[in-house]
Design a protein around this ligand. Structure first.
Ligand SMILES: [Zn+2]
Length: 81
């Protein structure tokens, strides 16, 4: 199975089309800067540094990472009460 990697704007559109949060280019960019999701390219198969201009987003990996960050059930484990 071949996973198509997406640019920041294409990934934002992909999330918008599915009704997911982060459907704006700025949200995706912020998530990248925060390290919530990552990009890769042939020179950086695992993770591109911020200055890499050819990095693409793997939508499946990014969706999982995003879910982990935004799922309230995960965030609230071991909460204040
Ligand atoms: Zn790269």
């Amino acid at each position: 199975m071949l996973t198509k990697t997406l640019t920041i704007s294409a990934y934002a559109r992909y999330r918008r089309e599915r009704g997911l949060p982060g459907g704006a280019k700025s949200s995706v960019h912020a998530a990248l800067l925060a390290g919530r999701i990552s990009r890769s390219c042939p020179s950086h198969p695992r993770r591109c540094p911020a200055e890499c201009r050819c990095g693409k987003i793997d939508p499946h990996r990014a969706d999982l990472a995003w879910q982990r960050w935004t799922n309230p059930a995960m965030v609230r484990t071991g909460g204040a009460r």
